[in-house]
Design a protein around this ligand. Structure first.
Ligand code: DAT
Ligand code: MG
Length: 150
Protein backbone atom coordinates (compact mmCIF):
# COMPACT_ATOMS: atom_id res chain seq x y z
CA UNK A 1 0.00 0.00 0.00
CA UNK A 2 0.91 3.68 0.12
CA UNK A 3 2.38 3.25 3.61
CA UNK A 4 5.09 0.83 2.44
CA UNK A 5 8.61 1.89 3.42
CA UNK A 6 12.06 1.16 2.09
CA UNK A 7 15.53 1.73 3.52
CA UNK A 8 17.89 3.42 1.06
CA UNK A 9 21.51 4.38 1.74
CA UNK A 10 24.03 6.41 -0.22
CA UNK A 11 27.26 4.48 0.34
CA UNK A 12 30.60 6.17 1.21
CA UNK A 13 31.61 6.47 -2.46
CA UNK A 14 28.30 8.15 -3.28
CA UNK A 15 28.78 10.68 -0.48
CA UNK A 16 32.40 11.36 -1.53
CA UNK A 17 31.33 11.78 -5.15
CA UNK A 18 28.62 14.33 -4.21
CA UNK A 19 25.75 12.15 -5.42
CA UNK A 20 23.51 12.65 -2.36
CA UNK A 21 21.46 15.49 -3.85
CA UNK A 22 21.00 13.72 -7.18
CA UNK A 23 19.77 10.55 -5.47
CA UNK A 24 17.40 12.36 -3.09
CA UNK A 25 16.10 14.32 -6.08
CA UNK A 26 15.20 11.14 -7.99
CA UNK A 27 13.15 9.70 -5.11
CA UNK A 28 11.42 13.03 -4.43
CA UNK A 29 10.52 13.58 -8.07
CA UNK A 30 9.23 10.04 -8.47
CA UNK A 31 6.66 10.90 -5.81
CA UNK A 32 7.95 9.12 -2.72
CA UNK A 33 7.77 10.70 0.71
CA UNK A 34 10.91 11.16 2.79
CA UNK A 35 10.28 10.06 6.38
CA UNK A 36 13.85 9.78 7.69
CA UNK A 37 17.34 10.95 6.70
CA UNK A 38 20.73 11.25 8.41
CA UNK A 39 24.48 11.27 7.74
CA UNK A 40 26.25 8.63 9.82
CA UNK A 41 29.59 6.92 10.21
CA UNK A 42 28.47 3.32 10.54
CA UNK A 43 30.30 1.02 12.96
CA UNK A 44 31.61 -2.31 11.69
CA UNK A 45 29.30 -3.99 14.18
CA UNK A 46 26.23 -2.31 12.66
CA UNK A 47 27.40 -3.15 9.14
CA UNK A 48 28.02 -6.79 9.99
CA UNK A 49 24.44 -6.95 11.25
CA UNK A 50 23.13 -5.13 8.16
CA UNK A 51 24.90 -7.56 5.81
CA UNK A 52 24.47 -10.65 8.06
CA UNK A 53 23.07 -12.75 5.17
CA UNK A 54 26.34 -12.25 3.25
CA UNK A 55 28.65 -13.15 6.16
CA UNK A 56 30.03 -16.24 4.39
CA UNK A 57 30.74 -14.55 1.06
CA UNK A 58 34.40 -14.11 0.07
CA UNK A 59 33.90 -10.34 -0.35
CA UNK A 60 32.29 -9.86 3.09
CA UNK A 61 35.29 -8.28 4.88
CA UNK A 62 36.08 -5.92 1.99
CA UNK A 63 32.38 -4.98 1.88
CA UNK A 64 32.46 -4.05 5.59
CA UNK A 65 35.71 -2.10 5.10
CA UNK A 66 34.23 -0.19 2.14
CA UNK A 67 30.97 0.59 3.94
CA UNK A 68 32.83 1.88 7.01
CA UNK A 69 35.36 3.92 5.01
CA UNK A 70 33.36 7.15 5.40
CA UNK A 71 29.95 8.53 6.22
CA UNK A 72 26.80 7.16 4.59
CA UNK A 73 23.47 8.92 4.10
CA UNK A 74 20.66 6.68 5.28
CA UNK A 75 17.05 7.35 4.33
CA UNK A 76 13.57 5.96 4.68
CA UNK A 77 11.22 6.51 1.74
CA UNK A 78 7.50 5.79 1.81
CA UNK A 79 4.94 5.19 -0.92
CA UNK A 80 3.14 2.72 -3.16
CA UNK A 81 5.36 -0.30 -3.96
CA UNK A 82 8.42 1.69 -2.85
CA UNK A 83 10.55 -1.40 -2.12
CA UNK A 84 10.27 -2.85 -5.62
CA UNK A 85 10.34 0.53 -7.34
CA UNK A 86 13.44 1.65 -5.43
CA UNK A 87 15.26 -1.51 -6.50
CA UNK A 88 14.40 -0.69 -10.12
CA UNK A 89 15.65 2.87 -9.65
CA UNK A 90 18.93 1.52 -8.20
CA UNK A 91 19.69 -0.91 -11.02
CA UNK A 92 21.35 -4.32 -10.72
CA UNK A 93 23.88 -5.26 -8.02
CA UNK A 94 26.62 -5.24 -10.66
CA UNK A 95 26.71 -1.80 -12.32
CA UNK A 96 27.80 -3.47 -15.58
CA UNK A 97 24.34 -5.06 -15.74
CA UNK A 98 22.51 -1.84 -14.79
CA UNK A 99 20.61 0.05 -17.44
CA UNK A 100 21.24 3.74 -18.09
CA UNK A 101 18.63 5.72 -16.19
CA UNK A 102 19.23 3.74 -13.00
CA UNK A 103 21.49 5.14 -10.28
CA UNK A 104 24.07 2.38 -10.72
CA UNK A 105 23.71 2.49 -14.50
CA UNK A 106 24.41 6.22 -14.53
CA UNK A 107 27.02 6.71 -11.81
CA UNK A 108 29.29 3.69 -11.30
CA UNK A 109 31.13 0.80 -12.96
CA UNK A 110 32.21 -1.65 -10.25
CA UNK A 111 30.23 -3.95 -7.95
CA UNK A 112 32.49 -3.06 -5.01
CA UNK A 113 31.76 0.67 -5.46
CA UNK A 114 28.11 0.61 -6.41
CA UNK A 115 27.09 3.85 -4.69
CA UNK A 116 23.70 2.94 -3.23
CA UNK A 117 21.79 0.38 -1.15
CA UNK A 118 18.08 -0.41 -1.24
CA UNK A 119 16.11 -3.03 0.70
CA UNK A 120 15.31 -6.16 -1.33
CA UNK A 121 11.92 -6.96 0.30
CA UNK A 122 9.33 -5.44 2.60
CA UNK A 123 10.53 -7.71 5.40
CA UNK A 124 14.19 -6.70 5.05
CA UNK A 125 13.13 -3.04 4.79
CA UNK A 126 11.44 -3.33 8.18
CA UNK A 127 14.53 -4.99 9.67
CA UNK A 128 16.91 -2.42 8.16
CA UNK A 129 14.80 0.58 9.20
CA UNK A 130 14.74 -0.58 12.82
CA UNK A 131 18.47 -1.34 12.71
CA UNK A 132 19.46 2.14 11.43
CA UNK A 133 16.75 4.44 12.85
CA UNK A 134 15.12 5.07 16.21
CA UNK A 135 11.36 5.44 16.16
CA UNK A 136 11.60 9.19 16.96
CA UNK A 137 13.88 9.79 13.97
CA UNK A 138 11.05 8.90 11.58
CA UNK A 139 8.62 11.72 10.81
CA UNK A 140 4.93 11.25 10.10
CA UNK A 141 3.82 14.14 7.94
CA UNK A 142 1.05 14.88 5.47
CA UNK A 143 2.34 15.49 1.97
CA UNK A 144 0.49 18.42 0.34
CA UNK A 145 0.95 16.83 -3.09
CA UNK A 146 -0.49 13.46 -2.05
CA UNK A 147 -3.72 13.87 -4.02
CA UNK A 148 -1.71 14.67 -7.14
CA UNK A 149 0.38 11.51 -6.83
CA UNK A 150 -2.41 9.09 -5.77
P1 DAT B 1 22.39 -5.44 -3.54
O1 DAT B 1 23.20 -4.34 -2.92
O2 DAT B 1 22.08 -5.17 -4.99
O3 DAT B 1 21.17 -5.79 -2.73
P2 DAT B 1 23.59 -7.85 -2.42
O4 DAT B 1 22.67 -7.66 -1.26
O5 DAT B 1 23.63 -9.18 -3.06
O6 DAT B 1 23.31 -6.76 -3.56
O7 DAT B 1 25.08 -7.51 -1.97
C1 DAT B 1 25.32 -6.41 -1.12
C2 DAT B 1 26.52 -5.66 -1.61
O8 DAT B 1 27.67 -6.52 -1.57
C3 DAT B 1 26.45 -5.20 -3.05
O9 DAT B 1 25.74 -3.99 -3.20
C4 DAT B 1 27.88 -5.07 -3.40
C5 DAT B 1 28.54 -6.21 -2.64
N1 DAT B 1 28.68 -7.37 -3.51
C6 DAT B 1 27.70 -8.20 -3.92
N2 DAT B 1 28.17 -9.16 -4.75
C7 DAT B 1 29.50 -8.92 -4.83
C8 DAT B 1 30.57 -9.55 -5.53
N3 DAT B 1 30.37 -10.63 -6.29
N4 DAT B 1 31.82 -9.01 -5.39
C9 DAT B 1 32.03 -7.93 -4.63
N5 DAT B 1 31.06 -7.29 -3.94
C10 DAT B 1 29.83 -7.78 -4.04
MG1 MG C 1 20.98 -6.60 -0.81
Amino acid sequence: GVNERSFVAVKPDGVQRRLVGEIVRRFEKRGFKLVGLKLVQASEELLREHYWDLRNKPFFSSLIRYMSSGPVVVMVWQGLDVVKTARKMLGETNPADSLPGTVRGDFCVEVGRNVIHGSDSVASAQKEISLWFRQNELQLWESSSRNWIY
